[in-house]
Design a protein around this ligand. Structure first.
Ligand code: SAH
Length: 238
C-alpha cells in the first residue's frame, strides 16, 4: 500500500521540486499545499497524464488551468500565514482554489462561466474542501457581501486593477493580479493596502493569462477595456 501511494505521488513530488522549488518558491505552506492537491482530478478526461507537466492545460469554455509554477508563485505572493479570508477571481477548474484552501481559512471564488463554476464547486466539495465557496458572476466586482478580504488573487488578466477589488481589500491586505495593455500578455502586480486610502504597488513577473472579462475588465469578445483605462491621466494613487 505505502509503496503504491509513494509511486503515485512521485510525479507530484517531482513537479514541486523541479518546477517550483527550483524556481525559487520557498514558502513552506505553499510547497506543502502543492504537494497535497491532486492536480489530475481538476483536468478534463484524457488529460490526466499531463497533470504534472510544466504547462497550463485547456479546460471547458476555452479557458485554462494555470501552470503549477504560476499558481505557486501567485499564492506565495499573497504572503499567507494561514487562516485568512481569501477572494479568488477566476475559479476555472478549482485547482488554485484548492491550493489556497489548504492554507487559508475561507476561500471565496468567483467564476463568470456557469458550467465551470458548477463543476469546480462539485469537484471541490467531493474532495472535501468545505472552506471554499463558489459564486457564478462577474468577479471584477468582487464579492462585496464577504469583504473585506485579507488577500485577493485574480487568475485572469485585466487592462487595469478593478477599483471594486482594491476597495474590498482589508487594510494590510494583498491583491495579486495580472495587468496588461493587451488581453493576453500581462505583468503580475501586487497591491498592498497600507491605509484606508493608500495602496502600494509592486511589479512582479511577466505572465500570460486568459482575459479578465467584465464590467471592470475587458469587454466581452473584444480586446478593449469596458472603460478606457486612465493611461495618460495622472493616477490618483501615485
Ligand atoms: N484558477 C483557475 C484558472 C482559471 S483561468 C484554475 O486553477 O483552474 C481564468 C478563469 O477566469 C476562467 O475560468 C475565466 O472564465 C475566468 N474569468 C474571466 N473573467 C472573469 C470575471 N470577470 N469574473 C469571474 N471569472 C472570470
Amino acid at each position: 500500500m505505502a509503496e503504491t501511494a509513494e509511486r503515485s505521488d512521485a510525479p507530484r513530488e517531482r513537479m514541486v521540486r523541479d518546477q517550483i522549488e527550483a524556481r525559487g518558491v520557498r514558502d513552506a505552506r505553499v510547497l506543502a499545499a502543492l504537494r497535497r492537491v491532486p492536480r489530475e482530478l481538476f483536468l478534463r478526461e484524457g488529460l490526466e497524464e499531463f497533470a504534472y507537466q510544466d504547462t497550463p492545460l485547456p479546460i471547458e469554455s476555452d479557458q485554462t488551468i494555470s501552470q503549477p509554477f504560476v499558481v505557486a508563485y501567485m499564492t506565495e505572493s499573497l504572503r499567507l500565514a494561514g487562516g485568512e479570508k481569501v477572494l479568488e477571481i477566476g475559479t476555472g477548474s478549482g485547482y488554485a482554489a484548492a491550493v489556497l484552501a489548504e492554507i487559508a481559512g475561507e476561500v471565496f471564488t468567483v467564476e463568470r462561466y456557469a458550467n465551470l463554476a458548477a463543476s469546480a464547486s462539485e469537484r471541490l466539495a467531493r474532495l472535501g474542501y468545505a472552506n471554499v465557496h463558489v459564486l457564478c458572476g462577474d468577479g471584477t466586482l468582487g464579492w462585496p457581501e464577504y469583504a473585506p478580504f485579507d488577500a485577493i488573487v485574480v487568475a485572469a488578466g485585466g487592462p487595469e486593477i478593478p477599483r471594486s477589488l482594491r476597495e474590498q481589500l482589508a487594510i494590510g491586505g494583498r491583491l495579486v493580479i495580472p495587468v496588461g495593455a493587451t488581453a493576453r500578455e500581462q505583468r503580475l502586480v501586487r497591491l498592498t493596502r497600507v491605509a484606508e486610502h493608500r495602496w502600494d504597488e509592486e511589479d512582479l513577473i511577466a505572465v500570460a493569462f486568459v482575459p479578465l472579462v467584465g464590467a471592470e475588465g475587458w469587454r466581452e469578445g473584444a480586446e478593449r477595456p469596458s472603460r478606457e483605462p486612465p493611461r495618460a491621466a495622472p493616477s490618483p494613487l501615485s
